[in-house]
Design a protein around this ligand. Structure first.
Ligand SMILES: NC(=O)C1=CN([C@@H]2O[C@H](COP(=O)(O)OP(=O)(O)OC[C@H]3O[C@@H](n4cnc5c(N)ncnc54)[C@H](OP(=O)(O)O)[C@@H]3O)[C@@H](O)[C@H]2O)C=CC1
Ligand SMILES: CC(=O)N[C@@H](CCC(=O)OP(=O)(O)O)C(=O)O
Length: 345
């Protein structure tokens, strides 16, 4: 099987390219870029790949007809707003797409315009796109997969057992999420400047983060009573990794044992979500892996449950989950092409 990748020059694309090259079901990865007017060596565009066997790999000028002729699936690891403009011909042709951007995650054009401030995709396509939170929504029959956002992935995996088992008051959800700088992609900005991020913490996008409606939308499919969540994001002075800390008031009579049981039941058969019970995982434990690790502690004095969920934003939060969606779509083993339990000290 041949896989096309658009966006190899971005952080997400660089990681996804390496994962696709190690996938046993992928014979060839073909690269396409909007900046290319003629074929270019990958090594001349992305310095990470200037040595070794990737150097001679070509990036072809972006051409949707060529992509469909020469490949069986296309991955878009492109900036927000790009697939809303580029993906419709693939949808019209029923050609499989896995999209790492947020362009097809929200159900309505109005929501997308409100939170992304960009021109939306066609409503008919938003109606049919599949939201690929792999542990809960199988992409088996999907043609267009909207890969979830990094914060949304860690947060939804933290909330799912509590919401699905009706253990919490859904009006009381507070999410305090923090990410390393690679979550923002490769484009420099004042916020991301070394002097500003180093030895510093910065709260950003207060009440305006684009993953708020994404999380609420998915929670509503599990419990229609969910109306809104308080969700905050902080930039950490690290490159990789993300932690989502969730707080919620538990319903009367709920115990730590019931909380633990809900997480145990939800994730005991999942390869890439690891329940650490009352031990809170750290970011370093998951960097370089496709794992999400989750711990939860109930405080009977405040009737509050606190959940800590950690992922590598570029793997489980982007390219790794995209590979899981690919595996579901094409009936590969769920762990094909993914490192399982690669621990770092
Ligand atoms: N970084 C992360 O942790 C995560 C990112 N995502 C999402 O994945 C996507 C990629 O993110 P990331 O890699 O961080 O972003 P980067 O900014 O690092 O890379 C963006 C990529 O998109 C390409 N691109 C930009 N405009 C166009 C266009 N008009 N046509 C085709 N390609 C274009 C860029 O090419 P060029 O170099 O030529 O400009 C580059 O390859 C984004 O939508 C992001 O929101 C999702 C989860 C986590
Ligand atoms: C640190 C940082 O800036 N992270 C990004 C996460 C990017 C992302 O995943 O956003 P999409 O919804 O466009 O995919 C942010 O907070 O916007």
């Amino acid at each position: 099987m041949n896989a096309a990748l658009v966006g190899v020059s971005g952080y997400g694309g660089m990681v996804l390219f390496q994962l696709l090259n190690n996938h046993p079901g992928v014979d060839q990865v073909n690269l396409y870029g909007h900046a290319q007017t003629e074929n270019q060596n990958l090594g001349d565009v992305v310095s990470l790949f200037e040595l070794g066997h990737f150097n001679q790999q070509q990036i072809f000028p972006y051409n949707e007809i060529q992509i469909m002729q020469d490949n069986d699936v296309v991955f878009f690891a492109t900036s927000a707003g790009v697939t809303a403009q580029l993906a419709q011909p693939f949808i019209d042709a029923d050609f499989p797409v896995i999209d790492l951007s947020g362009d097809y995650r929200l159900n309505t054009q109005a929501l997308y315009e409100q939170w992304y401030h960009k021109q939306p995709a066609q409503q008919s396509a938003l109606d049919t796109a599949h939201y690929g939170l792999v542990e809960f929504e199988s992409a088996h029959n999907a043609k267009y997969v909207a890969n979830p956002g990094c914060y949304a992935t860690a947060t939804l995996l933290a909330l799912a057992p509590l919401v699905k088992n009706d253990l919490i008051d859904v009006d009381s959800i507070i999410v305090d999420a923090k990410s390393g700088t690679s979550g923002a992609g490769k484009k420099p900005s004042e916020l991301l400047h070394f002097s500003q991020t180093n030895e510093n913490l910065q709260v950003y996008k207060v009440n305006q983060h684009q993953h708020i409606p994404e999380v609420v939308q998915e929670l509503q499919t599990w419990n229609p009573a969910v109306k809104a969540i308080q969700f905050n994001t902080t930039l950490l002075p690290i490159t990789r990794g993300l932690m989502s800390t969730v707080y919620a008031k538990v319903k009367a009579g709920v115990t730590q044992a019931e909380v633990s049981e809900a997480f145990e039941q939800a994730y005991q058969d999942q390869t890439f979500v690891n329940w650490t019970d009352r031990r809170f995982p750290t970011i370093k434990e998951v960097v370089g892996t496709n794992d999400c690790k989750i711990g939860a502690i109930y405080n009977p004095d405040t009737h509050t449950v606190m959940v800590v969920s950690v992922i590598d934003n570029l793997i489980k939060g982007a390219g790794g989950q995209a590979i899981q969606n690919f595996n579901q779509m094409f009936n590969f083993d769920e762990a094909a092409g993914l490192p399982v339990n690669v621990w770092v000290p």
